[in-house]
Design a protein around this ligand. Sequence first.
Ligand code: AHR
Length: 339
Amino acid sequence: MRRFTGTVMLLFLAVFCTGCSFGWKKAGESADRQSEPEPAEDLIVVGFSQVGAESDWRMANTVSVRTALTEQNGFYLIFEDAQQKQENQLKAIRSFIMQEVDYIVVAPIVETGWDAVLQEAKDSGIPVILVDRETDAPKDLYTCWIGSDMRAEGERAGEWLADYLQEQGRGDEEIRIVTIQGTMGSSAQVGRTEGFANVMADHENWNMLAMQSGDFTQAGGQEVMEVFLDTYEDIDVVVCENDNMAFGAIDSIHKAGLTCGPNGDIILLSFDAVRAALEAMKAGEINAVFECNPLQGSLLARAVKALEAGEVLEKKQYIEETYFDADMDLESILKTRAY
Ligand code: AHR
């Protein structure tokens, strides 16, 4: 099962480890494990290139993968945090190929630029599983993809807004909207932006004043919202393409002496639905959040085990998602929320 050999390990250490940013880490460990023994022969070695730690969602996603791919479950996880840089992901994938891992798992930061490295993985016979975000790479370069339908999330947000405005008697009013986008070129940004735009096309009275990236971080969201508030006098709706940017936007809205949420000056929509966002909604700061489910670890573990058993998997595996708004029983929802 495992192709992880001492010779290759030594070769990899000699050629790549001096001065390189990625060390070999076991699930749940942060220390460099270059001096540690090799994993047991019967474990399935999985190299996972994660985007980074830019958001609460991302952290929950990392925990989910680490919790599912444990030695007790038969895995040996090599985790690499790319710190939101595609070049780091490319390096990590090439290091996984050098290490002859059994499976490569990638959460691709952006959609483009993967063909060459995925071809290298394919040539070396290592199956690649994509998680979370999608790529435009030819489908034969990876085994399957497990993640969220980001376009559906964006459409859900647009439809929710249309219903809400109608209920508020504002269905025909001019609605001035700004969007704080995620990392440009990521399928999360592309899908949510396009999905929302699809619904917007049916509402001539909706006016998108500006869209700017906050790179999925709280600091980014705060900065972009500050610029929007300085530039536009009347903003009716802020669409934040993730919760952490929404937290930053809320700070800027308050700093400008304004309020947001169901009883506020600005309608605030967000994506992810992490615990802190539901708490902010309960506190009256957010109108609605459109879930992006980070709990992909068990699906990933199941997919690897199925491949080991020789099964053929569905190419695309969507994870279930919903939405939450301020009219719901958030108290009860929070009691059972896993992230
Ligand atoms: O790809 C999922 C997105 O990435 C989440 O919405 C965001 O919080 C994360 O950084």
